[in-house]
Design a protein around this ligand. Structure first.
Ligand code: UD1
Length: 392
């Protein structure tokens, strides 16, 4: 069996790494049914910190196939990925194409595979924000409509897919592959950390969504609010390339009292917003696990803070990951100044939200996925007192 594992952007790499590892492990113990696994990197993200550093730290070596598509408008990027990926599929004839998450690479490769009648597996299926202004929501809906295997991370995923008319026998609740990676690398992240900041002495911030950083007044309002909080606790802000560009183009590097830091051994944070370039996976994981709390508009960080038990304030109006709110440490604060201040000071006063670990976020999701590819029996998850949605 030949499996293609597709990744393109930063949040994809930690999701394919454990599947590669699970396949290698199966190949090691099973001489007969060897899986030929090829990692395809579309090149949607290309800076070292946004891409190759993840391959290095997660011990994946180099991608087998690199499409090198780079940036562009949504249509341009999607078209470039599709054109390049189609050629590779025609040449290599994979038996399954595995796509993860919700970025443009996910949807583009799913469309190509489906049109070539190659079965598509979507890891992290069924998540819905019900907000079609988010490009990721469109990517999710299209990918799920085309997928033959839909691997879900939380109960809401199964429910959404069933409501959209997906046949239950295609849906598998397997847990969360990103958490597989986090659990495997947490100790290494702590041991190898370069930036040794004092525990719970800072808040961590990530921000890159167009809805937060593309409009000058919205972005300014968020930064003003955060700057106020940073007088009481330093904020570390490793900024995504698009966010850095916006900071410069709006002149916020002049208007705000940022401290620019270079990630490294001797860093100490000031009571302000401490701005740095993007951090590597392990560096960020370590800093997240020691932070007092996290501000973010990312999808995955809502889940990572939940498993780490760190309070997370999400600067969005909605989330496609409701389990992080119902069971985890996540709270939606939008870009509302009062709400951001109120929830931040609750945490600073020692009243941060405590959560529990969602079901099957146990480090074994990738193994379950590979077992399903190999046709092994699948035990559907049966939530207590609830109907089972998603069986084989
Ligand atoms: C993409 C994903 C988003 C994910 C985010 C995480 C889509 C629709 N969006 O958004 O879901 O949360 O990745 O990082 O797929 N750039 C660089 N260097 C890079 C990559 C990007 O400078 O290595 C700059 C480019 O100017 C580019 C811009 O960032 O135009 C945006 O990159 P793009 O991949 O289009 O979307 P993201 O905002 O990164």
């Amino acid at each position: 069996m030949k499996i293609f594992l597709v990744a393109g952007a930063r949040p994809n790499f930690m999701k394919i790494a454990p599947i590669v590892r699970a396949i290698n492990e199966k190949n090691r113990i099973n001489e007969i049914n060897q899986i030929d696994c090829k990692v395809v990197h579309t090149g949607q993200h290309y800076d070292y910190e946004m891409s190759q550093s993840f391959f290095d730290e997660l011990e994946m070596g180099r991608p087998d196939i690199f499409l090198g598509v780079g940036s562009g408008s949504h249509a341009v990027q999607t078209a470039r990925i599709m054109t390049a990926f189609e050629k590779v599929c025609l040449k290599e004839q994979p038996d399954i194409v595995v796509v993860v998450g919700d970025v443009n690479s996910t949807m583009s490769c799913a469309i190509v595979a489906a049109k070539l009648c190659i079965p598509v597996a979507h890891v992290e299926a069924g998540l819905r924000s019900f907000d079609r202004t988010m490009p990721e929501e469109i990517n999710r809906v299209v990918t799920d409509a085309l997928a033959d295997f839909l691997f879900t991370t939380e109960k809401s995923g199964n429910e959404n897919l069933i409501k959209e008319g997906i046949r239950p026998e295609k849906i598998f609740f397997v847990g969360n592959v990103m958490i597989d990676t986090l659990l495997k690398f947490k100790t290494k992240a702590n041991d190898n950390a370069r930036m040794k900041l004092d525990n719970k002495d800072y808040a961590l911030l990530t921000l890159h969504r167009p809805s937060n950083v593309d409009k000058e007044d919205v972005f300014k309002n968020i930064l003003n609010t955060l700057q106020e909080i940073s007088r009481d606790i330093p904020i570390l802000f490793p900024a995504h390339p698009r966010t850095q560009k916006q900071i410069k183009s709006f002149g916020f590097d002049r208007d705000f009292n940022f401290t620019e830091i270079t990630p490294g051994n001797a860093v100490s944070l000031k009571r302000t917003i401490n701005l740095s370039s993007p951090l590597s996976y392990l560096e960020f994981l370590n800093l997240m696990s020691k932070a007092k709390f996290v501000f973010t508009d990312s999808g995955g960080i809502q889940e990572e803070t939940t498993i780490l038990g760190i309070p997370c304030l999400t600067l969005r109006e909605n989330t496609e990951r409701p389990v992080t709110i119902e069971e985890g440490t996540n709270i939606l604060v939008g870009n509302n100044r009062t709400k951001i201040l109120e929830e931040s000071y609750k945490i600073l006063d020692g009243n941060g939200k405590k959560g529990k670990i969602p079901h099957l976020w146990d480090g074994k999701a990738s193994e379950r996925i590979v077992n399903i590819f190999l046709g092994r029996p699948y035990e559907p998850f049966q939530p207590k007192n609830e109907v089972n949605v998603g069986t084989i």
